[in-house]
Design a protein around this ligand. Structure first.
Ligand code: GRF
Length: 218
């Protein structure tokens, strides 16, 4: 495998995406090394996951800082100490400002549980069900100053069924999150991802011939 990319993963909670990335690395499918996990929440279960796999994990509790900038400065320092090249947001519930993004230009990615630009923000799986869309999914994107507005790297689509609740749909989407996030990190590690304005190109990506999906099937 080629030289591995040094990544830092920022979490706030459960950390199931962190786990998917750890598993991908351990299985040799992702050419990356998690140099540090940072949680703003001391009770995040993801911290345990990191420790179980011998990955350094620290808490930077945002409540200890009076401004966003002070909080971010500490996170930047921790990441830089470990030589982090790519910052991976995995259920990280703080909005990052320009101050942070300038420290890692086009080097911060996020996963969002909807098909952006539809349903940015939080609680979006239930919003998709309530809206009545027939498809939803997840989006991996570069982070910019907006909320869930950065250039899109990859998306996965799932159907929304009449019997769905927000939780049922969230589970269906989460399975796809766990598939696409490790893949994207691997593409970035392989230096195959290029950004031109809002458009992101993945070198060597195949074009799927099967282009039409209809829902409901009736
Ligand atoms: C995921 O649904 C992700 O899309 C969103 O926050 C959730 C994090 O889940 N940004 P986990 O902590 O990775 O389990």
């Amino acid at each position: 495998m080629e030289e591995s990319l040094n990544i830092g993963v920022l979490i706030s909670g459960r950390g199931s995406n962190l786990q998917a990335i750890i598993d991908g690395i351990e299985q040799g499918k992702v050419a990356a090394k998690i140099s540090l996990v940072v949680s703003n929440n001391p009770d995040a279960y993801g911290l345990e996951r990191a420790r179980k796999h011998g990955i350094p994990a620290v808490v930077v509790d945002h409540r200890m800082y009076s401004t966003r900038q002070e909080f971010e400065t500490v996170v930047i320092e921790r990441l830089n100490e470990k030589g982090v090249e790519l910052v991976v947001l995995a259920g990280f519930m703080r909005v990052l400002t320009e101050h942070f993004l300038k420290a890692f230009p086009l080097r911060v990615i996020n996963i969002h549980p909807a098909l952006l630009p539809s349903f940015p923000g939080v609680g979006v799986q239930a919003k998709a069900v309530d809206y009545g869309v027939r498809f939803s999914g997840c989006t991996v994107h570069f982070v910019n100053e907006g909320v869930d507005t950065g250039p899109i790297i990859a998306q996965a689509v799932v159907p929304v069924y009449p019997t769905d609740t927000g939780e049922i749909l969230a589970d269906r989407i989460l399975k796809m999150e766990h598939q696409i996030y490790p893949k994207v990190i691997h593409w970035i590690a392989e230096r195959r991802v290029r950004v031109e304005g809002r458009r992101v190109f993945v070198e060597g990506a195949k074009m799927d011939e099967e282009i039409a999906h209809i829902e409901p099937v009736a």
